[in-house]
Write a protein that binds this ligand. Structure first.
Ligand SMILES: [Cu+2]
Length: 477
């Protein structure tokens, strides 16, 4: 193979002496992107005539609604046309409230957060309201909404915005956003994806690893310490990389308060090593150790989450990256080709191979590699460098990952090299999927790199969650 990944231990180069001004540029770039999207999406709603009075109605103009695990209270809502719902998340995890099939809903609200939801776009009639977090509606977070009015009048529009302006401190909102953007990059305790060395390499070459499933404190963002569930004190768990043909042994010690197992997602293993208790193995009880053993037969861009109660354990941090084989040889790179007019040279030097593990729920919430902005790790490269990013979605929702300015060449899906790699500037990654992309750092500057579901990157309190930056330094020589 002609390409030459320089270094199988390719690493993320972290930010060093990055000038605050350079990082601040991210603010401008990301905010601009958000504005464009916001104006596009609002363009789809028909303009409403202004100043038309609200229809006479006995229904209240405003109703308070409380969200908890897992109910919407009250579950039967009656509001005058043009009214509002005053929604508070009184639960312990994130929720929102949306009107089904109506394009009306709140942002994702953290515990304790509130939002006033205008129903001005809804015609009189009956609607269903629900929490859009997957599974929450079927768990009970649904209700009915009656919008009461005559049907042919148009709802009122606040001509001078005076009411809204009195409620909202716009300058404070701007200041909060600026402050949270300029806080990047922020130091926190703990770093995931650290390469795990075998604790033993046997005479026959078998590589022996040890994973400890445990709970520990995890600093998701500066000062926000949560109960992490993970492996060896890291979120994501330690990165395991072996060669094609290796015999692999992994001892899994269970220090959790409940049973567990380990599923080798995207890795070809015998059925009794697949980690689906109690079908393929007994559940590993608290205090017990279970040993997995398999031959690394094929290249893989895999991951190792638990399967038993994965819906609870993964969102709390239990997942890790499992790689078999090397880029450029076992997993071919699309070098020496021209794709959509862009030429990829015959010889490229991959300076960093970066796992980007996405999560969005549970104790750790919206994160990249177990950290939320501003504690996410910047990608620091020199102009002209090539990098590979492997996206892993270990969460419950899709995440369209957008890097400003520099396109991403999607060359592998779930570890399989694509026959027809394609350039994208936004790569949508669904739960369980892995996409591998090749990026050349062509343009100097600090470039925002974020999930494009805007509420995964910004909230009332400012920037947070699934945002990092690619910092491209000018080439020195
Ligand atoms: Cu997202």
């Amino acid at each position: 193979m002609s390409s030459s990944p320089s270094d199988s231990d390719a690493e993320i180069r972290t930010v060093g002496g990055i000038a605050t001004g350079v990082v601040a540029a991210i603010a401008v770039v990301l905010s601009a992107g958000a504005l464009i999207v916001a104006s596009n999406s609002s363009g789809s709603a028909p303009p409403l005539p202004t100043g038309t009075p609200v229809a006479a109605s006995t229904a209240p103009a405003s109703v308070a609604v409380e969200l908890t695990e897992f109910s919407v209270s009250p579950a039967t809502l009656e509001v005058a046309a043009g009214g509002t719902l005053e929604i508070t998340n009184a639960g312990a995890i994130e929720h929102d409230l949306a009107v089904r099939d109506a394009g009306v809903g709140t942002a994702m609200l953290g515990a304790g957060a509130s939002e006033s939801l205008s129903l001005a776009g809804l015609a009189p009639g009956s609607y269903e309201v629900y929490c859009t977090v997957p599974g929450h509606d079927t768990s009970g977070m649904v209700g009915t909404l009656s919008v009461v009015g005559d049907g042919d009048e148009v709802v009122a529009v606040d001509d001078d915005h005076a009411d809204h302006d009195a409620e909202e401190d716009w300058a404070a909102l701007d200041a909060a956003m600026e402050e949270t953007i300029l806080a990047f990059p922020a130091a926190t305790e703990g770093l995931g994806n650290q390469p795990l060395e075998p604790e033993e390499i046997r005479a026959d070459g078998t590589k022996v690893f040890r994973l400890i499933a445990e709970r520990f404190d995890w600093e998701v963002e500066p000062g926000k310490v949560v109960e992490g569930w993970g492996y060896n004190g890291q979120i994501p768990g330690p990165l395991i990389k072996v060669d094609v043909g290796d015999n692999v042994v992994v001892h899994v010690e269970n220090d959790l308060p409940m049973g567990t197992d380990v599923h080798w997602h995207g890795v070809r293993v015998p059925n009794d090593q697949d980690g689906v208790a109690p079908l393929t193995q007994p559940l590993i009880q608290p205090g017990e150790t279970f040993t997995y053993e398999f031959l690394a037969r094929e290249p893989a861009i895999g991951m190792y989450p638990p399967h038993h109660h994965g819906q609870m354990k993964l969102p709390n941090g239990m997942f890790g990256v499992f790689l078999i084989g090397d880029l450029g040889t076992d997993i071919p790179l699309p070098t020496g080709r021209t794709i959509s007019g862009k030429e990829i040279p015959e010889e490229i030097d991959i300076v960093a191979e970066i796992p980007m593990v996405l999560n969005d729920a549970g104790n750790i919430g919206l994160t990249i590699n177990g950290k939320g902005w501003p504690a996410t790790e910047p990608i620091v490269v020199e102009q002209g460098d090539w990098i590979v990013v492997h996206y892993y979605n270990e969460g419950l929702q899709i995440h369209p990952m957008h890097l400003h300015q520099m396109p991403q060449l999607v060359f592998a899906k779930d570890g399989f090299a694509l026959e027809a790699p394609q350039w994208e500037d936004t790569v949508n990654v669904a739960p369980g999927e892995r996409y591998s992309v090749l990026i050349q750092a062509t343009d100097p500057g600090a470039w925002a790199f974020h999930c494009h579901i805007l509420t995964h990157a910004e909230r009332h309190e400012g920037m947070f969650g699934m945002v990092t930056a690619m910092i491209v330094e000018e080439a020195t020589a």
